[in-house]
Design a protein around this ligand. Sequence first.
Ligand code: GLC
Length: 745
Amino acid sequence: MQNNYEEQISKIIADLTIEEKANMLHGIGLFTSGDVKEKGIPGLETSDGPMGVRNQFPMDSWFPINLSDDFVSYMPSNSAVSATWNPDCAYAGGKTLGEEARGRGKDVILAPGINIKRDPLCGRNFEYMSEDPYLVEEMVVPMIKGIQEADVAACVKHFALNNQETNRLWVDTYVDERTLREIYLPGFKAAVQKAGTYSLMNAYNKFEGVHCSANKRLLNEILREEWGYDGTVISDWGSVHSTKETAEASMDLEMSVTVNFDEYFFAKPLVEAVKKGEVKMEDVDAKVRNILRMMYRLKMLGPEAANRKAGSYNTPEHQQAIRKAARESLVLLKNEDNLLPITKERVAMEAGERAPKKKRIAVIGRNAEHQHAGGGGSAEIKALYEISPLMGIKTYLGGNAEVLYAPGYFIPGKKEDVNAVNWQETSLERQISRRDFMGETEEQQKQREEVMKARKELLEEAVELAKSADEVIFVGGLNHDYDVEGWDRDNMKLPYAQDELIEALLEANPNTIVTFVAGSPVEMPWRDKAKAILWCYYAGMETGHAFTEVLFGKVNPSGKLPESFPAEYTDTITYKNGEFGKEDSVTYKEGIFYGYRYYEKEDIKPAFAFGHGLSYTTFAFDDLQVEVLPQAGVVNEEADLEKAAVKVSVKVTNTGSVAGAEVVQCYVSDTECSVQRPVKELKAFGKVFLEPGETKDVEMLVNNRGLAFYDVETKAFVVEAGEFAFHVGNSSDMIMESTKIFLTK
Ligand code: GLC
């Protein structure tokens, strides 16, 4: 079939005029590419995003159509999926997203977003997977496969180095070659070479002085020539800034947020440039070929078209898959005195003189009832439903307990700009920069005073409730005013004076259970005073049910942090080197030493470590075995890097009284090396589900790339002979067993 594609494609291209070719290379609608009806070539229907299929817009307006036919499944964010450390959840998520996209008549879903979480303040961290490139690889590959099984193209984004939102359209990024290869490219390379992504989105920012949309080093040299990518490159919306320069780079389809479609760089200007001889027809043909190849793969063209899957949306199966991932995504950060789970006895009615006495369950904090689906930027979702934590608790407890809600803190209303229907319409004009309000206007001062007054009243109300309740559950965190595309947070503190409220609640009731719904880390200065802390990323429409099932012990939490939670933002290397959130250019001076790679190098203790997550049961690790395989260290060509080098196995026993799942993590230290390497790096993991008393052998394979570092001299990953240490545990800061090997090759 593959050959027919190319032969067929050549015939089609030979029959197209330059006007028809150009029409295929740019949007003729905000989310639709140009077609050539007379020659039976359809346009591509694209849609956001990583958390579901976005609501329908007209071709030429950001006013949503607002019918009742585009409610969809609201899925867990990529952070939540990664927190499961379960590739099956990533696959199921991709499958759901692909089927929903097909069901909504889409050809390309603009997901997943996989940029590395380099700094906790990046506004889009919630959409991304991890700070660790290996975890990204292990989750992005099954997700893309799941999407594309539905005959929909994944569009992995944003290629590359889009690790901040501040001035994202213009910021110029610089990173050393080793860091680029070891940290920022592997997720994309795996998406191309292991998942076979049909499309990829270039980032807005510049890389080494050239916009990613026209960056030949990224698109031609690395993506096409080195990685052999033959899919489609779709521009981020409005990220193209030239006709000739971009045409010469291997970017295929220009999309944007404006409706002057004929004036797009790849529209009339491209036709004129070709006619003047400024742009080669072969460059245009190469783009048309990439798009047609993707159409064949999607069964939009050719004999297979009759068999293209129809997809479906809002199915019970999708909702169940979402609930499963949400359950596995919750991370139990702390649980002293086994305060959690809240047992049935603690919420059961007590016999009274006549009527039984109901327990009073206080649920305090705006995130108990706040709905998140409709925010975040292009990841916004018109959710069929969204179960809040409060809804989950009430439906779980029913009428035999008294659930009392108090907002606890005040969220100032945002002054809506009634004219800007959708933020994205003006997203190219606004020079987005960090929010540094230059002093307060009189009106702002008045509003601040009102806010302070409201806060005081709400805090007092919440504390009074906490004093009179049998159980106190605080649900705070962030929302899409802070976890949002286009902005970075100014700090890592909880907004709305939540810290003051949490301290007051803990004072009123030391058994207050502190829970969060958020998309990126926050500082928790009171964490030593709280006995129980439960963390929930934006986990989709079933969040409230999953949250409740974990809180009351129906589900045993098994999530692990896919990113470090620093104690304070000032502990981060990107705060210290000042190379985050700058408007003009950013140089990743920290190299590979950020996140846990930095904290372990400098012996800085995070609040909660990468890979951390507790369970309601306990696990024992025994009998670590490490076997060096014949291929270990034998790297004659790039393919040898993927060959298994070391087999690691460990016995895991559930030593507690309830069933549960443990994520066995394998970190590798290259203790003898000619270059400086991190203390250790995640290179394998496995999630194992165990009944009480059950033991299973968890086997993991570390390939040669897992031992290698990128050598800038030879421009290749190399494995140096010498000593390596293997550490196995259930968190980067909880290593149970270690052992060493000595590679002679
Ligand atoms: C946005 C985002 C991108 C999204 C696209 C379409 O600005 O950067 O992730 O898919 O434009 O909405």
